[in-house]
Write a protein that binds this ligand. Structure first.
Ligand SMILES: NC(=O)C1=CN([C@@H]2O[C@H](COP(=O)(O)OP(=O)(O)OC[C@H]3O[C@@H](n4cnc5c(N)ncnc54)[C@H](OP(=O)(O)O)[C@@H]3O)[C@@H](O)[C@H]2O)C=CC1
Ligand SMILES: O=C(O)C(=O)[C@@H](O)[C@H](O)C(=O)CO
Length: 279
């Protein structure tokens, strides 16, 4: 099994350079899909309270037989749990469902700025990290302004910001913000989900040139951008293929051609964190 490179995080820990997205894998089939992904070599597994599959993730980990300390298990606090005490309880409930002693990465799922309580949720994560219930702490869908607010308030910089990022929406600005602040960029819907540009010439040409699939070209584009993708696949063959992106390199021209697929507003469903809120 190929070794997956890792990134250093700003809290002194490391994280695999690619992870496995688990939404919407649920039930027995979901557990089996997550187990086959771990068997294929994924060591970072991304879940959330709102995916309603933390039990399946925990069960898949146990069935995989992979030692717990080799896995990075990540979950997320939903919008309805942003109040300080609710955020603490949310993480404890996630641990109960996962049947784990701690998560390795815990994120605030969406900032929900109109509620104005994401700073409370961040303070709770800072405390939970001190208490050893979570290893690394981060956020998801935070803008530059949201990041600066929590850092100013606590002095603690998130290790990770998980944002929408794919060839149609490359997030140049947020990647620059993350580089400035020392935050690792993690990419959700890294393929572009239902709008994955698998048939676009830029992707097809690079796939042909390197003898790989269009999906591998997209994931390799992430790797070379320094973006940590978390592709979801229910199919064992595609799960394995998506991990196999460390043995070839896109040229500068190929990288530019894939980045050239960016659209003015390439978001998949209008998930602008200033206005899109999820409870
Ligand atoms: N923080 C947040 O707000 C959000 C986080 N997420 C996270 O990001 C993860 C991934 O995002 P997701 O929205 O699923 O989108 P992806 O971009 O990962 O796309 C998933 C789709 O691509 C297909 N696919 C996967 N690999 C290949 C391949 N090699 N070739 C062709 N098709 C492929 C899958 O089909 P198949 O299963 O049949 O292979 C599935 O339909 C989620 O599972 C979740 O963990 C997602 C959205 C928001
Ligand atoms: O999957 C997630 O993490 C989400 O935050 C949702 O927005 C999800 O992408 C969705 O259901 C969008 O239609």
């Amino acid at each position: 099994m190929a070794r997956i490179p890792t990134y250093d995080l700003n809290d002194g820990t490391t994280i695999p350079a690619i992870g496995f997205g688990t939404y919407p894998l649920r039930g027995d089939d979901g557990t089996e899909a997550i187990r086959t992904a771990i068997e294929a070599g994924y060591r970072l597994v991304d879940t959330a309270v709102n995916y309603e599959n933390e039990r399946e993730v925990g069960e898949a980990i146990r069935r995989s037989g992979v030692p717990r300390d080799e896995l990075v298990v990540a979950s997320k606090i939903p919008g309805r749990h942003h109040a300080y005490d609710d955020a603490i309880a949310s993480v404890r409930e996630s641990l109960d469902r996962l049947r784990l002693e701690r998560t390795d990465l815990h994120l605030i799922h969406w900032p929900n700025p109109s509620q104005g309580r994401f700073v409370e949720a961040w303070r709770a994560l800072v405390q939970l990290q001190k208490d050893g219930l979570v290893r690394s702490i981060g956020v998801s869908n935070f803008t530059e302004e949201h990041l600066e607010r929590i850092i100013d308030d606590t002095g603690v910089t998130p290790a990770v910001n998980q944002v929408e990022l794919h060839p149609r929406f490359p997030q140049d600005h947020m990647r620059a913000v993350h580089a400035r602040l020392g935050i690792r960029t993690e990419a959700w819907s890294p393929m572009g989900k239902r709008r994955a540009p698998l048939e676009e010439d830029a992707v097809r040409a690079a796939a042909d040139a390197h003898g790989v699939s269009p999906g591998q070209v997209i994931l390799r584009w992430h790797v070379q951008l320094g973006s940590l993708p978390i592709p979801k696949s229910a199919d064992p063959a595609r799960q394995a293929q998506n991990l196999d992106v460390f043995g070839f390199e896109l040229t500068d021209d190929e990288m530019a051609a894939v980045s050239g697929l960016a659209e003015d507003d390439g978001r998949l469903f209008g998930g602008d964190p200033d206005t899109h809120e999820e409870m």
